[in-house]
Design a protein. Structure first.
Length: 639
């Protein structure tokens, strides 16, 4: 209702829907107005014309009508367009494409289209807004923050970029990660200059006092970078346990050395397989016949496809071998009859080598894939993964009939050195997984190195954990009550002379407190292990146990945050290839960093394709290739 006063002084109420006029003088009350509002037909039956806009006449002579949204928030529409462009790595020019503008004219006719320059300014504006949100999230992180860092060179501009990713567990015990820097590096950079860049970055984000660890690869400059950073943080007393958990080196370089050495041993066989796959995939009639035989004669799943490989990625070669072995019978049938590829037919001995190498590589593939997860903790499974690889090397080394044994013998020494350098740090994370604890870790060591070495190492791990626990307890600075009847019921009996001794009372109090504080860790060790076959969310476990182990859960939260792979950075570089291409190489460095960071933050909020590991990108490529093959076959059939 709207209120109006007539020239004669009478007050009238007019319905905004049907325009009916009512007497609204103060003496008449409002009951009649309320009754009308409840039964006004136009209030509940909207005229569709109010939600349409006129257009050009149709063939029938009637004006075309398109729906409009009277409640659309045009500012939010503009923001949504920016999110679409940034999250999908689309060019800013998208907003000027006729198809995009037509779509907007249909879905939101009131929206005034923006050009690419305005969209770019919007992207920077929303990046700055989101940056403040991420800064607050990092500030409110309840525990320490871990970092991964890696460098990448653009093939188009030849510029070097550094990616720094922060990892932490939030107050709901969910693992979070955000890219906080995707910036260029000055030419001829070294470890010291990289350390300066990182120090400056952490200072800008105000999180230098929360650092726990840095995970890096084996690049030559990383050692000096880590040493410089560690010295800087130790001088300010910012690291836990004298910085022993600060440097985590990803084992990718060791894995790559072993895998590439293994592939080199049958390089001639791999070349044959690669040639057959390439030939079949590029010949539509032969490829079609191949899959028809696979399905009709051998009852194989033809949704699987022969895969090509990329020489620089050993995992793609492994997947190529995996599919080739799956179609072995079909391959032998086809290749032995086709004179174009008959020369690539594998002998029985060659097949045996391929199968043995495939089995060998499977351990590396599975372990590496599990390490690359970014949504779940990986620190607790790193020990088990590296142990599986180490055990596989030992098994092959002891099998003198294996053609891989000589190669493994050369790699075994390097892997032993890596293991000795990082075993204690990695073992601590494994011990904090209730499926493993001390007993299973000791079992792993004993299987590899014998009983004596295992006992010595377990004692070192226990010592590290107890000292680290004491450090956390001191830092937290609060007393916790733990349900431990054996200690709570204990009463000391002393004589009166000793009881009056103030020094002894202080000593006894300190001793009791120390023993009492350690009981969290002892109780954890004494409890029964969780079934090792359980698919356990280790962070959820510690969340549920935090009321029982308040200090130990804080320690576990931080240690389990440590990422054991630099794969999140590799995923960012994959995204960077889309950002920095021949058509977008003129983007300013500020814009590139804003787009890279903002896209990562949007993906963390749900604007992603659900990938959890870097190898998922390889699977996506495979799916795209399958679709391309199907499209080519359909096109060939139509023509």
């Amino acid at each position: 209702m709207t209120r109006e006063v007539s020239p004669g002084g009478d007050v009238r109420a007019i319905c905004v829907y049907c325009k009916k006029v009512f007497n609204a003088n103060s003496g008449n009350g409002t009951s009649h107005l309320n009754r009308h509002m409840k039964k006004c037909a136009l209030r509940f039956n909207h005229d569709i014309k109010k939600f349409c806009i006129g257009g050009t006449p149709s063939n029938a002579g009637m004006p075309s009508m398109s729906l409009k949204n009277p409640s659309a928030n045009l500012d939010e529409v503009r923001r949504a367009i920016c999110v679409y462009v940034v999250a999908g790595s689309h060019p800013f020019l998208t907003c000027e494409e006729p198809g995009f503008r037509f779509m907007m004219s249909v879905t939101c006719p009131q929206f005034k289209n923006v050009n690419r320059h305005t969209l770019k300014r919007d992207a920077i504006k929303y990046y700055n807004e989101e940056r403040r949100v991420v800064e607050e999230e990092l500030k409110n992180a309840p525990g320490r923050i871990c970092f991964t860092t890696d460098n990448w060179r653009s093939d188009h501009t030849h510029d070097e970029y550094m990616c720094i990713t922060a990892h932490w567990v939030d107050s709901n015990w969910n693992l979070q990660k955000r890219i906080i820097k995707f910036g260029d590096l000055t030419p001829l950079f070294d470890g010291i200059s990289l350390a300066d860049e990182i120090t400056l970055c952490l200072g800008k984000w105000k999180i230098a006092d929360k650092v726990l660890s840095f995970t890096v690869d084996n690049a030559s400059y990383n050692d000096s970078m880590i040493n410089s950073l560690k010295t800087h943080f130790m001088r300010k007393n910012l690291l836990v346990y004298d910085g022993d958990f600060f440097h985590i080196r990803y084992s990718a370089h060791i894995i790559n050395l072993v895998v590439q050495a293994g592939l080199l041993l049958i390089d001639d066989v791999v070349v044959k397989i690669r040639s057959v796959v390439k030939h079949l995939r590029h010949s539509i009639p032969k490829r079609k016949k191949f899959y028809e035989i696979a399905q009709s004669a051998y009852s194989l799943n033809v949704n699987k496809r022969l895969r090509g490989d990329t020489c620089i990625r050993w995992n793609s070669t492994y997947l190529m071998l995996d599919r080739y072995i799956y179609f072995r019978d079909v391959v032998d049938n086809i290749v032995s009859r086709d004179r174009d590829i008959k020369v690539y037919h594998l002998s029985y001995e060659e097949w045996e080598k391929v199968i043995e190498l495939h089995e060998f590589l499977k351990v590396f593939y599975d372990v590496t894939n599990s390490f690359s997860a970014s949504k779940t903790s990986t620190a607790n499974i790193y020990f088990l993964g590296v142990w599986k690889i180490h055990k596989k090397l030992v098994d092959v080394y002891n099998n003198r009939h294996s053609f891989l044994s000589d190669m493994v013998n050369k790699m075994h020494e390097k892997f032993n050195k890596y293991w000795s350098d990082y075993s204690v740090v990695l073992s601590c994370a494994a011990v904090l997984d209730p499926r493993f604890k001390l007993e299973r870790v000791e079992y792993f060591y004993e299987k590899l190195f014998g009983e004596v070495y295992a006992k010595e190492t377990i004692e070192s791990i226990k010592k590290t954990l107890y000292e680290l626990y004491d450090e956390y307890k001191s830092a937290i600075g609060a007393s916790y009550s733990i349900n431990n009847n054996s200690e709570a019921d204990h009463v000391d009996v002393v004589d009166e002379e000793t009881e009056d001794d103030g020094d002894y009372a202080a000593f006894l109090s300190k001793k009791r407190k120390t023993n009492y504080e350690k009981s969290e860790l002892r109780l954890y060790f004494e409890e029964k292990n969780v079934n090792v076959k359980d698919d356990l969310d280790v962070l959820l476990y510690w969340k549920n146990q935090s009321h029982r182990f308040p200090c130990l859960s804080c320690l576990a939260r931080d240690i389990l945050t440590i990422p054991v792979s630099t794969v999140p950075s590799e995923s960012a570089f994959s995204m960077g290839k889309k950002l920095i291409n021949p058509w977008r190489s003129s983007l300013s460095l500020k814009t590139i960093e804003a787009l890279a960071c903002h896209q990562d933050w949007l993906r963390a909020r749900g604007f992603s394709c659900g990938r959890s590991s870097f190898f998922d990108y390889e699977e996506e490529v495979d799916e795209e290739e399958n679709e391309e093959e199907d499209d080519n076959e359909n096109h060939n059939t139509m023509t």
